[in-house]
Design a protein around this ligand. Sequence first.
Ligand SMILES: Nc1ncnc2c1ncn2[C@@H]1O[C@H](COP(=O)(O)OP(=O)(O)O)[C@@H](O)[C@H]1O
Ligand SMILES: [Mg+2]
Length: 365
Amino acid sequence: MTMTSPTKQVQPSVDAYVEDRAVLDVRGLWKVFGPRSDKVVGSPLEELSRAELKERTGCVAAIRDVSFTVRPQEVFVVMGLSGSGKSTLVRCLTRLIEPTAGEVLLDGEDIRKASDKHLRELRRRRFAMVFQHFGLLPHRRVLDNVSYGLEIGGAKKEARYERAREVIELVGLSGYEDSYPDQLSGGMQQRVGLARALAVDPEVLFFDEPFSALDPLIRRDMQNEVIRLHREVGKTMVFITHDLSEALKLGDRILIMRDGELVQVGAPDEVVGAPVDDYVREFVRDVPRSHVLTTRWIMRPPLPDEPLDGPELGPDIVVRDAVHTVLRATRPVKIVAGGELLGVVTSEEILAVIAESPGKPEEGK
Ligand SMILES: Nc1ncnc2c1ncn2[C@@H]1O[C@H](COP(=O)(O)OP(=O)(O)O)[C@@H](O)[C@H]1O
Ligand SMILES: [Mg+2]
């Protein structure tokens, strides 16, 4: 097992991802619960909506034909209302729940075909999970909770304690090694959960609504903590939440689910700027658009007589961060990428997006 110390890692821009490389590649995934659930996929029943299927057969299609990829080092958020299938989906990815149909490729290998032994190995070394209710062992000290996965993996006491101390420090819990979980606040307990997951140096970290049980302020701290840890250890993360602001804050990309189906996958600005349907539109309607949309979303072609000697900005600058430059400029601001003029932005476009009531302009504020 590699036990390298975390190193600073620069997050590649989305454009730098090699599109065809996926850490996880999920294809046509189904999970049906209920009587004769294996008879649904591949039969005419699979065409039925979740409600119809339930009525006719008593089966619940928790996941319906979902496909997506997770790229190296990205934070991939799965979002949806309660019951939309998020927990089932993430559990299928590690086979804590057996999928009914479809493929789950980890670095190209279909884990649905893995033997029990191989699967245990995968769970020990390459996946780690952080749960909503922490899942700590109450009779074990922080140090022993954090080193638990390493113990299971057969690491010697000294080695696992050394690694555990490292990650305890990483999550800001130095000094609490000998405390028991019930002596810690909720936020601190979840830091232990985080440390335990990081200790095994997994390839992919899965989070299932890890901060839902925490107070809002602690929750915000923990979100920032995840952002910081992600910057420091550069892990691929699959993060489940039902909270849009959390999704927008953490996600490089967001997958939105409804009734077991994938509705939209995209970067935060894509989901907010171009929602595919009313469900997504409703989700994002209260988001301050200037905090999420980038200059790319508000630029327009230059008019024939417009001066083009103004300042330049990139297309991926969040509108909020472009306000100052644009409002101060006496010329249209050019949106430029790779030396190419993509469009211009003036104070008019900036003010339009700031003044806009989120989602449904016709309704007013
Ligand atoms: N073991 C199970 N047996 C039957 N139905 C289940 C089971 N687990 C989940 N479901 C159903 O599958 C759907 C998705 O659940 P879940 O994945 O927990 O959603 P979420 O995590 O988004 O709240 C729900 O309708 C739920 O009732
Ligand atoms: Mg859930």
